[in-house]
Ligand binder design. Structure first.
Ligand SMILES: *Cc1c(COP(=O)(O)O)cnc(C)c1O
Ligand code: SF4
Length: 700
């Protein structure tokens, strides 16, 4: 069909065409026009002008910013090792969606001089190893002109491959002649990238053209643009790609349509294209699947694939396959570490006491403060991910021997100790004796913070608010003047709400005596009785030294608790209600506090941290009294470090809110401890060594 026949068949198009042609060129080969089966079909849309082209006010003329990368006329040098030579500005058919709509068919022909200039540039740039001859359509040039260009390029020693980008096999297949093939095959390695958009374009004629090129030994790729109403369906693209492979053309790129003025009506969304790609990957041969790329303005071609990665870390990757099945790939395990401390390879012991089920005749919360194996494991893994050697070492009766063996030269300490009153000091004391540095507070601080009375004495000496109190060694001691009901009873030397029960809050002497008796008998230690503060309760994490940093404040809210459960942080509240299987979340972080209150809480926490000689990390419980003054009610120099956010472990929760990961927490605690121990230089070296190694080698 020629244009005259077309207009006889569709006379109403004549005026549209005339109007659009004032702005954009129009040309269609008789062959391509003949592929139209009906008005508005996939061929029609690609070649027949449409008035909507003139209505596009959205897009720019040169969205790819190619002009920014044009060192000499007709040459685009956008990527390091390859250039685009725009050798012709004519095409057999002008595609309505063309990226170079502003150029093709408009400018004067590319002159010899311009070409020679471009060759000169390439000659002077030995990094260029690949030239893509494009346009327009370079196969619109005469055989002689084509041969001239190929010959010139081949005479440049650093040009490894030549590529021709052309739509001729699709729109003017008769241009692929035996003579042309004879010329092309003299300049191997030569590739041809063809351009098909729809299965209707794979005809006996285009098949013959591609077969001739393939028989000339030319590897062929195909580029397709996603076009609304033309090929934006998975079955259309799948058919196109299958047919291309049959004519020995490998689908190379699938482009998201560029943001080019006059082409807005062709554009689809990125999500639509990704959905189509998802229907191809796995469902058809890899050889039929092109790479989906977006030629983003100023960014060049950027490949995107549907999201198959579910999760990735140093250990490996969790993936889903094309059927939605979740599978895992594990990285090789790191075995040797180069990390050193004072010239020696750093070997870290993660020291802990394991949580066990309470034995008979023990209170059910006997081991409440001990860790489940998950916690030391998580710390070990976090250290190993940074390349440290780390082992789990239980702080049992053989701990001294394990440390004395010399196998470890640093300790990450989370051990609560065994048996005695100042048990949290045991591991620090042993390590001090052996001269092994460790994370967290030392002997004296651990001993004091485990003893609530000594803690309060220290706080009071430093004028840090803490509730009025009295210590009872016997249930029937006289109540001293100056302390009033309601009162609160807890064991003097426990953490993790141990010994604090729902009925620890008492309003009269009878209940008070009863509770004192319970605490003394059950926990074999004095009972601490404090005046009860009815205000809001907060948990405050402090991290680091020089200066220490207060983490986002955690509020423990009790509003959701059922009637009959008192509104304080009892064993019941902490372990029963605040539990991943339980829907209520009593822990809010960051707490909703105004700046004045926030500042007050932070100042109190920092003062207490300093007064008690705490280092590296700690967690404090703070309650407001009736006039809103923050009072320190408990200090924990070995805060829980449960890794899983759903466990609501409060110190990690505050860190997560501050934007840290679990690994960040562990590495920060470790590097703070190293710095304190004069191992700062090593700590810094380690930090640097962990920077992306690729960046270093790239510079070389
Ligand atoms: C597409 C393109 C190339 C070639 O890119 P490949 O990914 O190697 O096919 C080179 N230069 C420019 C400016 C391009 O747009
Ligand atoms: S053949 Fe290529 S350069 Fe020519 S009009 Fe079509 S898309 Fe544009």
């Amino acid at each position: 069909m020629n244009m005259k026949e077309f207009l006889q068949k569709y006379p109403e198009e004549e005026e549209n065409i005339r109007n659009v042609r004032k702005t954009y060129p129009m040309k269609v080969t008789n062959y391509y026009l003949g592929l139209i089966k009906e008005k508005g079909d996939a061929i029609w849309k690609q070649c027949i002008p449409d008035l909507v082209e003139l209505q596009d006010t959205v897009n720019d003329e040169d969205s790819l910013l190619e002009e920014d990368h044009t060192p000499v006329p007709c040459l685009v040098h956008r990527y390091p090792d390859r250039v685009l030579l725009l050798a012709s500005n004519k095409c057999a058919t002008y595609c309505r969606f063309c990226t170079r709509k502003r150029k093709v068919g408009k400018q004067v022909a590319v002159t010899r001089e311009t070409l020679l200039n471009a060759f000169d540039y390439i000659r002077k740039h030995p990094e260029v190893r690949d030239v893509i001859i494009s346009g327009g359509d370079p196969l619109m040039l005469s055989d002689e002109e084509i041969e001239f260009i190929l010959k010139e390029l081949r005479s440049i020693p650093h040009i490894e491959i030549i590529r021709i980008g052309t739509r001729i096999p699709c729109t003017m297949p008769e241009r692929i002649t035996p003579k042309l093939c004879e010329i092309l095959k003299k300049y191997h390695p030569l590739f041809v990238n063809v351009h098909f958009e729809h299965p209707m374009e794979i005809t006996p004629e285009s098949t013959r053209a591609c077969t001739m090129l393939a028989d000339a030994g030319i590897p062929m790729g195909n580029q397709t643009v996603m076009l609304k109403g033309v090929n934006d369906k998975p079955e259309v693209l799948a058919e196109l790609f299958h047919k291309l492979v049959q004519i020995r053309v490998k689908p190379y790129y699938l482009y998201q349509a560029d943001q080019i003025k006059g082409t807005e009506h062709f554009r689809t969304t990125v999500q639509e294209t990704l959905k189509i790609m998802e229907k191809l990957y796995g469902f058809t041969s890899g050889i039929c699947i092109p790479q989906f790329v977006i030629d983003a303005p100023g960014g060049g071609k950027i490949p995107i694939t549907p999201e198959y990665c579910q999760y990735m870390n140093q250990d490996g990757i969790v993936l889903r396959n094309f059927e939605g099945k979740v599978v895992e790939y594990k990285n090789p395990k790191k075995v040797e570490s180069k990390k050193r401390i004072a010239g020696q390879i750093l070997r870290i012991a993660v020291v802990f006491n394991l949580k066990k089920a309470a034995e008979k005749n023990m209170p059910e919360d006997a081991y409440a403060e001990f860790d489940a194996i998950e916690v030391p494991m998580a710390i070990k893994n976090a250290l190993e991910r940074k390349g440290y050697i780390a082992d789990l070492v239980e702080a049992d009766e053989n701990f001294f021997e394990k440390m004395k063996s010399g196998k470890y030269n640093f300790v990450f300490n989370i051990a609560e100790g065994l048996n005695a009153g100042a048990r949290e000091s045991q591991v620090p004391a042993i390590l001090d004796m052996l001269g092994i540095p460790y994370t967290g507070s030392g002997v004296l601080t651990q001993a004091i913070t485990l003893d609530k009375t000594r803690t309060k004495e220290t706080l009071i000496y430093h004028r840090i608010p803490t509730p009025k109190y009295q210590v009872f060694n016997h249930w029937d001691e006289k109540i001293k003047p100056g302390i009033s009901f309601p009162m609160f009873i807890k064991p003097n030397g426990e953490g993790s709400s141990k010994g604090i029960r729902n009925n620890s809050l008492v309003h009269n002497e009878k209940d008070l005596r009863k509770m004192i008796k319970f605490v003394i008998n059950t926990y074999k230690q004095p009972a601490l009785v404090e005046e009860y503060l009815d205000g809001r309760e907060f948990t405050v994490g402090v991290l680091g030294n020089n200066p220490p940093r207060v983490l986002p404040i955690v509020e423990v809210t009790f509003d959701h608790l059922p009637d009959g459960i008192n509104k304080f942080d009892s064993y019941e509240v902490k372990w029963y209600w605040d539990n991943p299987n339980n829907p209520v979340d009593p822990v809010v972080c960051p707490a909703d506090v105004d700046d004045v209150l926030k500042n007050r809480i932070e100042q109190v926490a920092l003062k207490a941290y300093k007064a008690l000689g705490i280092v590296d990390l700690c967690r404090m419980d703070i309650r407001l009294d009736e006039v809103g003054i923050p009072n320190v009610i408990d200090v924990n120099a070995l805060p829980g470090l449960m890794p899983n956010p759903v466990d609501n472990s409060r110190f990690p929760k505050a860190c997560f809110t501050a934007g840290m990961s679990y690994d960040d927490i562990i590495h920060t605690v470790l590097s703070e401890a190293m710095r304190r121990n004069g191992l700062y230089a090593e700590a810094r070296k380690i930090k640097n060594a962990n920077r992306n190694p690729l960046q270093l080698s790239r510079q070389g």
